[in-house]
Design a protein around this ligand. Structure first.
Ligand code: ANZ
Length: 946
């Protein structure tokens, strides 16, 4: 039979599903291997050909590892909470759970069609209650923990409370809020329970805090920085304001140093690591306290007698000519003198409109306002004016900068603009370039720094500051604590209720806290998040249940968790997906440990991949997991870009578009305007005219100006997107050519990590290759026919070349290069007319991770016992078959090569000469004459002089 891919693929997909072929063993004598894909958000649009790229690569790897004798865990699931389903719910009223279930069904059908070897028995969905129960449970553990800097790990909050009870706050070295109390054990005990809880909240790893957010009143929600453009929401264009709101946050900053150090231990792409390093943004410098010069205006300044700055250039302290604090700095109001109040107020109003991103990006325009107050330089008592300016960010360092116009470009521009003094710090003339004492000169303005290099000078200044308690060395991180609340519906409810204005966890036995039903997916009239609409949704604690009190119950937290909550631990759930006692059993975690290979997009560099590492480290601190890092090796697959096609509409004299279209080669001769056309009605750039007329009613009577009888379309590479009509659906490819061709073709497109445009120009070639492979097993009448004869040397050589090549390629994730090697091997075997069972059987195994369906079918036809070849052993490479034992000697007569002769490399020159002279063709060239001289260079050439 000819190659009937449809029947074959259907048959094997069913077989795998029915037999649970890819179910990973929970315990096994085999070594484990965990291959993970970033699970998708099931969007309404379904998969396009770009999505499976990474999945195909990981599937090849997973299948290869099974052949290599590993117990492979290769699961799949859905990151199924999120905004699009909620937006759809707002528009149509359809419950997001229904939309999500529908979309998942589509995804599943599409994935199944590509023949992935997922262990579907372990599927997870982050939006299903038996999953988010454990997301909520992990949140509870975070709430119940604090970060002990001395132990350098998270510990139980009860341990902290016990310490307070016995020793007060002394001896606690924690990552916590800035404003914590200092107290003795007695003072702690004297606090009310509420006061104690309030204090503990400042230490918990997840906590409520007032933070500045981008608030969009019209949309009723907080927006992320990248959703705000020039003070307006990107979607809808509504005004966005900087607003302080109580928000749940995660103290990821506690893990900053470990997140940084861990990067050196994992095998990830260097650019990705670099993105995380920059995001974490470690800066080594100093904090310096500048005492505030007290005047009559400062009666309200009781506790703050100084402004603290963070600087990476404390060696420039004698060049400080002003201080700049962020407009949001807590001291602004009390520092502002009556004369300056109008200026300052106007300036603050102006900055409220800018997002933080805009503030950082906007380096050119200088703006600021003077508060009217001064600080003193702690080392020389110089008076220094205090300004506010939006280039200083409230959330970084201390939100205050000592400005050194002779050392820092921004400070320099600011000083020039506002006519502030510029004091040089080193003895060079050109102070417009940033001062670098290591290169450019010596310090001036201070005796003790004279002649010192940068490092020594820095240490000397810090020592001076420490001596007068005005400063100390400090490490600062750019990374902030992560906001953990959204004012939205379709997410995990936070398992918290409020009592006396303080948050409390619900009892564990009441997990999961189910997402309540609401009448609309919009904020309430009073601006509460959608969960505020749920009727009778309140918490009754066990105590109140027992006593039958508090009938109304306590109010629940109304925000839901952010998109990244469910994906920050999901790889553990796959290890033990149905456990209803734990997020995963200790045994399962001890066995699977971590992900050996993770494939996904680099767009998750500072989101998902950072949060996952954070939660993993936290779970490790609690001894709930084994490894410090979750993903040992990671590969970013490139994007498959769309290949857009264009038609060119003819423009008439009045500049109006006509219904005539000009072929691409002729557009220079006409006035035209380009129009995207659906790539599915174009083949090899030739437009299918009939399909074009059917495509849209307005084109029904379109006319064409053709070249050589054809309409040729223009081409451009763009993002694959519906609005460019360049989306290629994997279903269509699978229908037309089969999944095996699709899989091989996606790999064939180029290196996995590279982005590349989709084009179908080579897909026929891949399809033909598979058919040619199928042909090897069949005679001219398409009957299955293989021989049991001994394989020839040439056949063995072809086979062993590909055995080794695929092994090497797959191990270094070079999937595209294997595809061309397969093609060479099949061509060689075809030329050799090979139909040898021993050769073909091994070929089937080697190819099976790329093209599993056809290989399963051939495996069965070869007469193997019923079942799958998925666990057959990968053939052993034998280098002996690759040793070249013959050489094609060029035979030349009077310096001209006449022919080549295959001669054994073991022959010595004398024997070679005899062999050559005995050859009939050589004799013909010699015309019966005996050569005067024969020169034989072994392994190189035979030359004859006649
Ligand atoms: C004095 C100085 C002199 C500075 C000099 C630089 C050069 P990184 O490496 O990013 O940590 N800075 C501190 N806090 C800031 C804030 N909240 N907003 C904006 N800028 C801030 O940079 C730290 C440097 O950035 C600090 O060192 C401070 O300026 C500024 F020749 O202090 B420097």
């Amino acid at each position: 039979m000819d190659y009937q891919f449809k029947d074959i693929e259907q048959k094997w997909q069913q077989f795998w599903a029915q037999n649970g072929t890819f179910k990973a063993e929970d315990k096994s004598a085999k070594p484990k291997y965990y291959v993970l894909d970033m699970f998708p958000y099931p969007s309404g649009a379904g998969l396009h050909v770009g999505h499976p790229l990474g999945y195909i690569a990981s599937d090849i790897f997973a299948r290869y590892k099974r052949l290599k004798g590993f117990n492979v865990l290769h699961p799949m699931g859905y990151d199924s909470f999120g905004l699009p389903a909620e937006q759809y719910a707002i528009q149509t009223g359809q419950h997001p759970a229904i939309t999500t279930a529908d979309n998942i069904a589509t995804y599943r059908r599409q994935l199944d069609q590509i023949g992935f070897s997922f262990d579907w028995s372990r599927e997870v969905r982050t939006s299903s209650p038996d999953y988010y129960k454990w997301t909520q449970w992990i949140f509870m553990q975070l709430f119940n923990s604090w970060y002990n800097k001395d132990a350098d790990k998270a510990e139980s909050i009860t341990k902290l409370a016990a310490h307070f009870e016995q020793k007060g706050s002394a001896g606690i070295n924690a990552v916590c809020d800035e404003e914590v109390l200092t107290f003795t054990a007695e003072e702690w005990k004297a606090l009310s329970n509420r006061e104690q809880q309030n204090e503990l909240l400042k230490y918990r790893l997840t906590y409520l805090r007032e933070s500045t957010v981008n608030w969009c009143a019209a949309l009723g929600t907080v927006l992320a920085n990248d959703e705000v453009k020039d003070g307006f929401s990107e979607r809808g264009g509504y005004p966005v304001e900087q607003k302080k709101m109580m928000q749940w946050s995660m103290r990821i900053t506690a893990y900053a140093e470990r997140l940084l150090q861990g990067l050196d231990t994992i095998d990830w792409p260097e650019p990705l690591k670099e993105m995380q390093r920059n995001w974490i943004g470690k800066s080594t410098g100093a904090s310096v306290k500048f005492p505030i010069e007290k005047t009559t205006h400062h009666s309200s300044l009781t506790t703050h007698e100084f402004i603290e700055v963070f600087t990476t250039r404390v060696d420039t302290i004698f060049g400080v000519t002003f201080l700049v604090i962020a407009p949001e700095h807590e001291l602004v109001a009390s520092l502002t003198t009556p004369e300056q109040k109008a200026d300052i107020d106007a300036y603050i109003a102006q900055t409220k409109k800018k997002s933080e991103l805009d503030r950082m990006a906007d380096a050119k325009t200088v703006s600021g306002a003077f508060t009217g107050s001064y600080v003193l330089n702690p080392l020389n008592n110089e008076r220094i004016p205090i300004w506010i300016a939006d280039y200083v960010l409230a959330g970084y360092g201390t939100g205050a900068v000592m400005a050194v116009p002779s050392g820092d470009q921004r400070d320099y521009l600011f000083a020039k603009h506002f006519n502030l003094p510029i004091v040089p710090i080193i003895d060079i003339q050109n102070i417009e370039t940033e001062a670098d004492p290591t290169k450019e000169g010596k310090y001036i303005n201070s005796d003790f720094m004279n002649g010192l290099a940068y490092k020594e000078a820095t240490a000397a200044v810090i020592a001076k500051l420490e001596a007068i308690s005005a400063g100390k060395a400090k490490v600062n991180f750019r990374m902030r604590d992560a906001i953990f609340g959204r004012q939205r519906y379709w997410g995990e409810p936070v398992p918290v209720y409020f009592k006396d204005g303080l948050p409390h966890l619900i009892e564990e036995e009441h997990l999961p806290l189910l997402l309540p039903e609401v009448d609309k997916y919009l904020p309430t009239e009073t601006g509460e998040p959608p969960l505020g609409r749920a009727e009778g949704w309140s918490y009754k604690s066990q105590e109140s249940r027992d006593k039958n009190q508090d009938k109304a119950g306590y109010a629940y937290e109304l925000s839901t968790m952010p998109g990244w909550a469910g994906s920050s631990w999901y790889w553990y759930r796959y290890m033990d997906a149905h456990n209803d006692q734990e997020f995963a059993s200790k045994e399962a975690i001890a066995y699977w440990k971590d992900v050996d290979l993770y494939i996904g997009g680099s767009e998750h560099a500072t989101g998902h991949l950072l949060y996952s590492r954070f939660w993993n480290k936290f779970l490790k601190d609690l001894d709930l997991v084994i490894e410090e890092e979750p993903f040992k090796k990671l590969i970013n697959q490139g994007m498959i870009q769309g290949r857009s096609n264009f038609v060119y509409r003819l423009i008439d004299e009045e500049g109006r578009g006509t219904n005539t279209f000009v072929s691409h080669g002729l557009i220079k001769e006409y006035k035209t305007s380009p129009l995207h056309v659906d790539v599915n009605i174009v083949e090899n750039e030739v437009l299918n005219l009939n399909k074009f007329k059917e495509w849209r009613p307005e084109f029904a009577d379109a006319e064409f100006i053709l070249e050589n009888g054809k309409y040729i379309c223009g081409v451009e590479v763009e993002k694959m997107s519906k609005r460019y009509y360049n989306v290629v659906n994997p279903d269509d490819i699978a229908q037309r050519y089969g999944a095996d061709t699709l899989r091989m073709y996606e790999m064939f497109l180029g290196p996995l990590e590279q982005s590349k445009p989709w084009n179908t120009n080579g897909i026929e070639g891949v399809f033909k290759f598979l058919r040619k492979f199928w042909r090897l097993f069949h005679n001219d009448a398409w009957e299955f026919s293989v021989s049991d004869a001994e394989p020839s040397k040439a056949e063995l050589k072809s086979l062993h070349k590909i055995i080794r090549k695929v092994e090497e390629d797959v191990e270094r994730f070079s999937f595209n290069t294997s595809v061309s090697s397969f093609m060479i091997a099949v061509n060689e075997l075809t030329d050799l007319k090979c139909n040898n069972r021993a050769i073909l059987q091994d070929m089937v195994i080697v190819l099976s991770s790329y093209a599993p369906h056809i290989c399963e079918e051939l495996w069965t036809l070869l007469g193997n016992p019923a079942g799958s070849l998925s666990y057959a052993p990968y053939p052993k490479f034998n280098s002996a078959y690759l040793v070249e034992d013959e050489f094609a000697y060029p035979i030349s007569i009077n310096g001209k090569t006449k022919m080549n002769l295959n001669i054994s490399l073991s022959l010595e020159p004398k024997a070679i000469e005899e062999f050559v002279l005995a050859n009939a063709d050589v004799q013909r060239y010699l015309d019966g004459k005996a050569p005067k001289k024969v020169i034989v260079v072994k392994g190189r050439i035979v030359n004859m002089v006649v």
